[in-house]
Design a protein around this ligand. Structure first.
Ligand SMILES: Nc1ncnc2c1ncn2[C@@H]1O[C@H](COP(=O)(O)OP(=O)(O)OP(=O)(O)O)[C@@H](O)[C@H]1O
Ligand SMILES: [Mg+2]
Length: 376
C-alpha cells in the first residue's frame, strides 16, 4: 500500500502546536518526503520555543507512524535563529569556498597538556570523533571514516570510548571477546581490515554500565594502553556524547592529535557543536574540522536531494569559527540499514556514493595529519 503526502498531511492536521493550532496551519512544516512507506520532514520553529515543541514532534512522529503502510517516520525538530537585521548576511559559499585545510591553525596558548601525555607506542595519531549532543551519528561516522582512511592505504584502528553505550559491537557485528597475549594484554579484533576495541566486547550486551568518575578513566586508559594496537597510522576514537566532565577528562587524558566534530544541520545541534569546539580548545586539542551529518535527504529510489533540514548550517558555522569543513553526509536509509546490520556502508558498498563521501572526508583528515603520519 503506498502512502501519500495527503495522508501524512491529514494525520498532521490532528496534531496541535503548543499554542493549539493544527500543525498543518502552523507554518512550520518543511517539504514532506514520502518514499516507499518512509516519511521524512522537519518542523522548523523559533529556537526560543524549541523545548515546547519537542513533545509535538514526538506526537507528529507517532501520528505518521500510525498511518497504515508507513514503515519509517523520521521527523526532525529544527530551530532557526531569527536573522540579525543589522549584520550583513554571512557569505554563502559553496564547495570550493571553504578555507583550505592548510589555513587551519591549532589553538595558540601555553604548552599542550597533551605534551605530558605518553604516546601509544606504534600509533602515529589518535583522533577523536565527538559531538556536543547525542545521536547525531558519531559512531556511524567514526567507523565509516576509519574505513575511508583504510581505503586511502593507511593502517587504522577504532576505539569505542563510549563506555556508557558502546555501539561498535552492533555497527561491526563483532560478538567475540578479545584474546589475551602472553603479557595479558588484549588483542584487538580485526574486522574490515581495522583493529577494533570496545568495552562492549567484554560485557554482555544489555549489562547496564554505571561508571563512577575514576573508573571512567581507568576503563579508557586500559583500552588504550592494555591493548596491543600494533603499528597504526591513525586510531579513531568514538567518544561518548556530550561535553561534560567525563568527556573533558577523556580529552585531557588521551594523547589526541585532533578532534572531528559531528553536527546535524539543525541549529540546536550546531549550538552543541560549538560547545564541543570549546571543550577541545580548552584542552588545546586542534579541531580538524566539522562534518555535517544527515545533511540532506537523498531519495533511495531516484537519488533526488531534498534539503529538508535546512542544510548548509554546519558549513557556514565552520567558516564563521575558522575551522575546516570536512564534508556533508546525506541522511540515507542505506547508511542506517548497513550500520544496523553490522556491515558499514564504506565496506559493503565500496563503489557507492556514500563510500565516496566518507573517503573524501578521510582524505581531508589525512591532509591535516600529514606531518604526523608521514613521521610514523
Ligand atoms: N547519515 C545517516 N543517514 C541515516 N541514518 C544515520 C546517518 N547517520 C547516523 N544514522 C543513524 O542515526 C542513529 C544514530 O547514529 P549513531 O549511533 O552513529 O549516533 P551517535 O552520535 O554515535 O549516538 P550516541 O550519542 O548515542 O553515541 C543510528 O540509528 C544511525 O544508523
Ligand atoms: Mg555513539
Amino acid at each position: 500500500m503506498s502512502v501519500t503526502q495527503q495522508q501524512v498531511l491529514d494525520s498532521l492536521a490532528r496534531v496541535m502546536s503548543p499554542s493549539g493550532v493544527a500543525l498543518t496551519d502552523a507554518k512550520v512544516l518543511s517539504e514532506i518526503a514520502v518514499t516507499d512507506g518512509k516519511v521524512f520532514f522537519s518542523i522548523n520553529v523559533d529556537a526560543a520555543e524549541a523545548r515546547a515543541w519537542e513533545s509535538v514532534r514526538a506526537q507528529a512522529e507517532a501520528a505518521v507512524r500510525a498511518i497504515p503502510g508507513v514503515t519509517t517516520a523520521m521527523i526532525a525538530l529544527t530551530a532557526e535563529r531569527k536573522p540579525d537585521r543589522a549584520a550583513p548576511p554571512p557569505p554563502h559559499r559553496r564547495a570550493g569556498g571553504v578555507p583550505p585545510a592548510s589555513a587551519h591553525r591549532p589553538p595558540q596558548g601555553g604548552p599542550s597538556p597533551m605534551a605530558r601525555q605518553a604516546e601509544i607506542p606504534g600509533v602515529a595519531a589518535v583522533i577523536a570523533v565527538a559531538s556536543g549532543k547525542g545521536g547525531v551519528g558519531k559512531s556511524t561516522t567514526a567507523l565509516n571514516l576509519a574505513l575511508g582512511l583504510r581505503d586511502l592505504g593507511l593502517r587504522v584502528g577504532l576505539l569505542d570510548a563510549d563506555i556508557y553505550g558502546p555501539s561498535v559491537p552492533r555497527l561491526t557485528g563483532i560478538r567475540q571477546k578479545p584474546a589475551l597475549n602472553d603479557d595479558k594484554k588484549m588483542i584487538p579484533i580485526v574486522r574490515f581490515g581495522l583493529a577494533i576495541m570496545s568495552i562492549g566486547f567484554l560485557v554482555e550486551e544489555d549489562t547496564a554500565m554505571i561508571w563512577r568518575g575514576p573508573m571512567v578513566m581507568s576503563a579508557i586508559t586500559q583500552m588504550l594502553r592494555d591493548v596491543v594496537w600494533g603499528r597504526l597510522d591513525v586510531l579513531v576514537v568514538d567518544m561518548p556524547p556530550g561535553t561534560g566532565d567525563a568527556q573533558l577528562t577523556l580529552a585531557q587524558n588521551v594523547p589526541l592529535k585532533g578532534a572531528i566534530i559531528i553536527s546535524t544541520p539543525q541549529d540546536l545541534s550546531l549550538i552543541d557543536a560549538r560547545r564541543g569546539l570549546a571543550m577541545f580548545k580548552k584542552v588545546n586539542v586542534p579541531v580538524l574540522g566539522i562534518v555535517e551529518n544527515m545533511s540532506y535527504f537523498q531519495c533511495p529510489n531516484c537519488g533526488t536531494r531534498s534539503d529538508i533540514f535546512g542544510h548548509g548550517g554546519a558549513r557556514l558555522e565552520a567558516e564563521k569559527l575558522g575551522v575546516p569543513f570536512l564534508g556533508e553526509v546525506p541522511l540515507h536509509m542505506s547508511i542506517r540499514a548497513t550500520s544496523d546490520a553490522g556491515t558499514p556502508v564504506v565496506d559493503s558498498e565500496p563503489d557507492g556514493p556514500h563510500a565516496a563521501v566518507y573517503r573524501a572526508i578521510g582524505q581531508k583528515v589525512r591532509e591535516q595529519l600529514q606531518g604526523v603520519i608521514a613521521a610514523a
